[in-house]
Design a protein around this ligand. Sequence first.
Ligand code: PMP
Length: 286
Amino acid sequence: MNLLIWLDGKLVNKADATVSVYDKGVLYGDGVFEGIRLYHGVIFREKEHLSRLYDSARAIRLTIPYSPAELSAAMAETVKANNFKDCYLRLVVTRGVADLGLSPVPVKRPCTFIIADQIRLYPKEMYENGMSIIVASTVRNHPNALSPKIKSLNYLNNIMAKWECIDAGVPEAVMLNHLGYVCECTGDNIFLVKNGKILTPPEESGILVGITRGAVIELAKQLGMTVDQNNLTRYDLYTADECFLTGTGAEIVPVTKIDQRAIGSGQVGPITRQLTDAFHRLVRDH
Ligand code: PMP
């Protein structure tokens, strides 16, 4: 299927949507991005995604050459051109083209593109029966070195943990932070349930502050559940009653095994199901 890609203000065929080998995004991972979903023709939490994108850009001293309203219009144009009602959007801003040096100045102009496509991160079976994950030995980036709050084009930290998943034959891995506390997975945030309470690592543990994570915390509170955002350890993982992961691509996916240990009963738990149902209602009616 030919897709139309929005590249620096123009819609171009997928085959022609290329960036320069001199682009800083290619040479150094110097850039930022968002992964966004369109449900029933409406972008889910668009304002939050745009706000995170501009914060990421600000954090790396990158000036996006469009206003949020212009990027919003560009996403709408891309979706319309491809005739999508439900899709995944990848909005990327790289530092742009310059010479081979590390310096981000002088770079003429950042490069901006939007891909609209379909995505399925995990097989359907895992949403029904839960997935098995591991704890990775790759430690999440130190938040005082490069903050994981920045959704940057440099995902090597996460990719090295992803290699551990591939070696272990599982789809995801929990990454611990520099202090040994539970942080997040390679591309998803993590939640536990213990004695009816929802537990998730705090922002300060060095996570990407997920938009789906935020939506799930809101839903849990609306359902009268308590949400604790305190540091968690491996002990908390292994002794949890339930576990699930959240992300734009993943949505909510249950976890029933960590490091080959059954979580709770080893079945998808009732609170995970309740929150998943609430999330489906939210994205249907948002
Ligand atoms: N953590 C990481 C490292 C991610 O890459 C992502 C997005 N795939 C998430 C968490 C989840 O964030 P969101 O819910 O905003 O997609």
